[in-house]
Design a protein around this ligand. Structure first.
Ligand SMILES: Nc1ncnc2c1ncn2[C@@H]1O[C@H](COP(=O)(O)OP(=O)(O)OP(=O)(O)O)[C@@H](O)[C@H]1O
Ligand SMILES: [Mg+2]
Length: 325
């Protein structure tokens, strides 16, 4: 099938830059030394413990899991746990991998991608498999490690992909350099400053950065005008509606902005609202209530049935807070 190739047992679109430029080796992954050296040490030693790779979307957890297996010459199978959530699917795969011997005498690994989507039963089966199949290595990836049961935590080395503020600039520049290389290879014209703004806006979500570049690069749109269209939600409009206690306006703002990336949206809401909150001796809890309201809604994002109602819950709490006139 033209434009598609078999990746981890699935046909994937190899015309997507996300796949095309996915690093195959640990060395080529862009990560802080603190994190990367941990993986390089594993490669040097030639063995890994069972791993839990946790952190925000697009930071390279799945990429590293695969790169690690490549570098260590492991025979591996990747199972997307958000698609195969049930206990039977998990048991079948684990059984299949662990009961056969590699023809080439390779070590084996099972990558359970997006493991925070697994049911509790399936997680219990995995925990049991850790003990049962000691020769198979398990690499779990997840965005929210707290959704995984404690016995899995205690039996894994947990590696957090959260990039610290002090590491951000260095890794972001490395990602920018990679983006420049990609755009040149793809023969796209671009303004380097605009590219820098794009990387800064979305980093550490490298997937998002590559998606934006592929959407706008070939059309020659990585120039100043693009920045306006990428600006995202206008949070000041929401602030005005909250101050006016205008539920209808809040509702339509939420509806218009429901596609926004939550991590960016909540950051923008915090930045805008915290500048306008009244901080006074008579109302010392005001700022604390604001932080609590935003954090609570943010925490429910991945786990709620209806995002618009979740956001209306935030609005209801914001309306109880005193803002500057
Ligand atoms: N650390 C990185 N270095 C270089 N490229 C990266 C890195 N992280 C991500 N990418 C690019 O972004 C794409 C998506 O990364 P990946 O699938 O590894 O993210 P993830 O952390 O598993 O995200 P999710 O939590 O959404 O599953 C990769 O195919 C690659 O092109
Ligand atoms: Mg992933």
């Amino acid at each position: 099938m033209k434009g598609y190739k078999m990746i981890d047992g699935e046909f994937r679109d190899d015309l997507s830059w996300v796949e095309k430029y996915r690093p195959d080796t640990v060395k080529d992954c862009i990560l802080p030394d603190r994190i990367k050296n941990t993986f390089l040490e594993f490669v040097k030693k030639g063995d890994i413990p069972n791993l839990m790779l946790s952190g925000p979307a697009g930071t390279g957890k799945t990429t590293i899991a695969r790169a690690l297996c490549n570098d260590m010459n492991y025979e591996y199978m990747l199972l997307n746990a958000s698609k195969e959530r049930g206990i039977d699917a998990i048991r079948n795969v684990i059984q299949q991998v662990s009961s056969t011997i590699s023809l080439e005498g390779k070590n084996k690994a099972i990558i359970l991608d997006e493991a925070d989507g697994l049911t509790i039963d399936a997680q219990a089966a995995i925990k049991a498999s850790f003990e049962e199949h000691k020769r198979v290595r398990f690499i779990l990836t997840c965005n929210t490690k707290n959704k995984l049961i404690k016995p899995i935590h205690s039996r894994s080395s947990i590696i957090d992909f959260k990039i610290l503020d002090s590491e951000r600039e260095d890794t972001m520049i490395k990602m920018l350099v990679k983006c420049i290389e990609i755009l040149k290879k793809e023969n796209c014209l671009f303004d380097q400053k605009v590219l820098g703004q794009i990387v800064k806006r979305y980093y550490p979500d490298n997937r998002k950065i590559l998606m934006v570049l592929q959407t706008h690069g070939p059309a020659g749109h990585i120039f100043e005008a693009l920045l306006d269209s990428l600006k995202g939600a206008d949070v000041t409009t929401l602030l005005a509606a909250v101050k006016d206690r205008d539920l209808g306006a809040c509702r339509s703002w939420i509806s218009n902005n429901k596609e926004e990336e939550p991590s960016i949206l909540f950051g923008d809401i915090y930045d805008t609202f915290s500048k306008q909150v009244v901080v006074s001796d008579s109302n010392p809890d005001n700022i604390l209530n604001l932080i609590g309201a935003i954090a609570e809604c943010n925490g429910r994002v991945w786990n709620c049935a209806n995002q618009e109602i979740n956001m209306m819950g935030l609005v209801a709490n914001l309306m109880k807070i005193e803002f500057k006139a």
